[in-house]
Design a protein around this ligand. Sequence first.
Ligand code: PRE
Length: 283
Amino acid sequence: MTTIGYLGPKGTFTKLAVDTAFNQEATRGFKTIPECIDAVDKNEIEIGVVPLENAIEGTVQLTVDYLVHQVRLPVAAELIVPIQQHLLVRSDFEGDLSDISEVHSHSHAIAQCHQYLHQHLPEANMVFTTSTGKAAELVSESRESIAAIGNKLAAREYGLRIFKENIHDYPNNHTRFLVLSKNEELVKINHPIQVTKTTLLITLPSDQAGALHQILSAFSWRKMNLSKIESRPTKTGLGNYFFLIDVDQPYDDVLFPGVKAELESLGCKVTILGTYPVYPLNI
Ligand SMILES: O=C(O)C(=O)C[C@]1(C(=O)O)C=C[C@@H](O)C=C1
């Protein structure tokens, strides 16, 4: 059996993604995203799965920053998972919404439910946890009138009751997860591929007029379709950014080397972070 790590504990969306994508269950839950990435790097596990981006709340910055600045690992695949957030309470909780004093969850899950929380739980304190599964675990162990935001798997795993279903603020909620592995052949996913993408990391030389325009035109005149462009601080000082660019096509030996050479001649640093299939999952 392949060793597959995930953001744990049991009952997280990441676990749900792994169990659905692979023909086996995830084998090891990690408390944090960096711990999971480190474990792949140190060969303690063969595959690691971490959240990357949510349709409502945007990028999971910890994942991007850790992969760019700390540990570079090959991206073997991307999983797209529908996300339904529920308000979970202990099965013996008999109160109503106004009795709930705290809502525990991952910051991304809380952010996906801001409107609901604002309208229905204005007095409750928000408590951030390392994952939705961890929040469900805490609620199951507490004697207080508190709730968690999480999924149906978490309700089942921790014996919680779904107090209110689908509390996320926008219906078309999805999260993208990265499958990281040094050995692509171990990544066996029997689901239809939506597209094969290539992700590039581009650092600009310095604050230079028209630099972003020049970067984009290198892709545009080659008719390469970009599905995402994001800038993040390089962490070297205010105003210094790198760009992460997703191109909706697999790496090839003509167009990508052409883009790389063109951008390098402008003083950019270009790294290909991976070329990998994208699997939308039905959960
Ligand atoms: O806490 C979890 O269940 C996770 O898998 C993390 C995470 C995230 O980081 O975005 C994954 C999916 C949901 O968007 C909410 C939380």
